[in-house]
Structures are given as C-alpha cells and as structure tokens.
Design a binder for this molecule. Structure first.
Ligand SMILES: Nc1ncnc2c1ncn2[C@@H]1O[C@H](COP(=O)(O)OP(=O)(O)O)[C@@H](O)[C@H]1O
Ligand SMILES: [Mg+2]
Length: 153
C-alpha cells in the first residue's frame, strides 16, 4: 500500500489555494504525513531584455519574500493546521519551483488550487495548475475554487 510521507501544498494565497490547504491538511492528518507549505515569489527575469529604466529593485523582491514568509506562518498557525507544517519560500517561475520543491522534498502528493490569483475561472485550469499536473513527479490533488460551480448545459 502507498504510504504518503510528504504532502506539499503550493499556495499563491488565493481563495482556491485556501480551499486546497484544507484538503492538504486532511490528507496529511489521515496519512500521518509531513505537511509542507510553499509559496513561489515570481521573478521577472525576462524584463531585463527590455532595458527598462525602472526595474523592480532587490528590495521589492525582499519585501515580497518577507511578506510571503509571514503569510505562510499565518497559514501554518491556523488552528486546523496545528503546529506541524514546514514552510518554504522559493523564487522563480511558480510551476518550475513547485516541481523542483516536490522533487527535493520527496513529496508523495502535491496539493494545488485549480485557479489562482489571476482568477480567469472560465478556463479549465490556471496555467500554473495545468503545468504542475502535466509535469509533477508525484500525484497531484487539484482543488476547485469553492465558488466555481459547474452549470448543467
Ligand atoms: N506563486 C505561486 N506559489 C505557489 N503556488 C502557486 C503559485 N501560483 C500558483 N500556485 C498554485 O497553483 C494554483 C493555480 O494557480 P494558477 O494556475 O496560477 O491560476 P491562475 O492562472 O488563476 O493564477 C494555485 O491555487 C496555487 O495552489
Ligand atoms: Mg497564477
């Protein structure tokens, strides 16, 4: 039988990711697995090729990172999560870093929202969600936005 040891929740702090967090907590609790919470601070490396006069300073990324750490710690402190979660902040392209983290943490299950901050909820999946499902090294649990209902045609 498969035993889940590491459950990895990736969050962009959107409503769908919040819903996904509840499922990640439930799976980790039932499986007695480690729960990891991850946020990826997006870096816009390709902007450099535009020779911008105003490029976001290092401080902007540092602030994004420290706010992400606070938000992850808040999420970890929420009652249902208990004290058990480990938090991780990475930089780069979200889908790549989510997959890298899944490998490095030896995750057995990745938990993500179907959509995120862009909120283009008419599409089947957000673009990060779609790439994570396609490329993940482990099982992926995709949790739909709570308000994203299927209307019968
Ligand atoms: N920067 C990020 N860091 C961690 N997880 C993320 C990040 N961006 C997206 N995700 C995960 O992927 C899910 C889907 O988001 P995404 O595909 O980006 O949707 P959208 O296109 O609506 O923004 C989110 O609910 C979250 O679980
Ligand atoms: Mg997104």
């Amino acid at each position: 039988m498969i035993r889940y040891r590491n459950v990895l929740l990736a969050t962009d702090f959107s409503a769908a990711a919040r819903a996904a967090a509840s499922h990640a907590v439930a799976v980790a609790a039932v499986a007695e697995a480690e729960l990891h919470l991850l946020h990826v601070v997006e870096e816009f490396a390709y902007w450099e090729s535009f020779n911008l006069k105003h490029f976001p300073s290092q401080e902007v990324f540092e602030e994004l990172e420290s706010n992400a750490r606070i938000a992850l710690a808040d999420l970890a402190r929420e009652e249902e999560l208990g004290a058990g979660a480990t938090t991780h902040v990475r930089h780069g392209k979200p889908f790549l870093e989510i997959i890298r983290a899944a490998r490095e943490l030896d995750a057995d299950m990745l938990v993500i929202g179907s959509h995120g901050q862009s909120g283009l909820s008419e599409t089947l999946f957000g673009s990060t969600a779609e790439k994570v499902v396609r490329k993940a090294p482990c099982a992926v649990l995709v949790v739909r936005h709570p308000e994203h209902r299927f209307e019968m045609p």
